[in-house]
Structures are given as structure tokens and as C-alpha cells.
Write a protein that binds this ligand. Structure first.
Ligand code: ZN
Length: 135
């Protein structure tokens, strides 16, 4: 089951600049900053009620975030839905004919197992499924 909008991922050029902007908007500091080397990104997370904002900055030019910003500029990069059982949702969505970028969950930022759906099959939106790792 998809149980909430877990976070919205926003591609930014400069994490320090955007951290300041979002700290002012949300009136709270990021609760976590983390680099995901496999994705070539630095991230920071803000709490907004039970959802989060994830800011993403590329750490190299081959990063998917660098490519996204080249094409579309800064802005919403993906929407992440929280799921109870990520394997089950991957199987269900594959069965429904969606194209999954990850057919097996991988380790994402913020202690999550994640899988992305290809924007080709979702009207242009990159969608992330994420399941909190317990403990
Ligand atoms: Zn995300």
C-alpha cells in the first residue's frame, strides 16, 4: 500500500544557497544532510509535518541531477510515496505494465529502501517508492 507522500525531491544547483532558502520558507533547519555517492548527489532533508522536502545537488557532471538541471533547470525532480512493502509494490506496478527503473529495491538516502518508476510510463513524473528501514 502507498501510505503517504513521503517526500518531494527538488533539484538545486547550490545546496548551501537552497538550504538557506528552504530554512526560511519552512522556518526549520535541515534535520539531515547526506551524500549518496552511487547517485552522485548531496542531499538535505527538511520535515514538513509528516512529509519531507529533499534537496538534491549534483556532485559530478554525470549525476542524474546534473543532467536534469541541464535539461529542465532547478525544480521538482521527483515525488516519493511511502510504502509498507516495497517488493510487493514493485511486483504490483510491474504487473500493471509500468516501467520500473529498479526492479529490486536499493539503498537510498535517509535510511530508506527505494525504487524509481520511469517517467516514460507515469505522464512525465519521476516517482520514487520508499520503505523506511526499521531499527
Ligand atoms: Zn527521494
Amino acid at each position: 500500500m502507498l501510505n503517504k507522500i513521503e517526500h518531494i525531491g527538488i533539484a538545486v544547483k547550490d545546496l548551501d544557497v537552497s538550504n538557506e532558502i528552504y530554512s526560511k520558507i519552512l522556518n526549520v533547519d535541515p534535520y539531515k544532510q547526506e551524500e549518496v555517492q552511487s547517485e552522485g548527489v548531496k542531499t538535505s532533508f527538511f520535515k514538513v509535518g509528516e512529509s519531507k522536502i529533499e534537496l538534491l545537488q549534483a556532485t559530478n557532471e554525470n549525476s542524474p541531477i546534473a543532467k536534469f538541471i541541464d535539461k529542465k533547470g532547478e525544480g521538482i525532480h521527483h515525488i516519493a510515496f511511502g510504502v509498507d512493502d516495497i517488493e510487493k509494490e514493485i511486483a504490483r506496478l510491474t504487473e500493471e505494465g509500468f516501467e520500473l527503473i529498479h526492479t529490486k529495491p536499493k539503498l537510498g538516502a535517509d535510511n530508506m529502501r527505494v525504487a524509481f518508476m520511469h517517467p516514460k510510463s507515469t505522464s512525465g513524473m519521476l516517482i520514487e517508492l520508499c520503505q523506511q528501514i526499521k531499527g
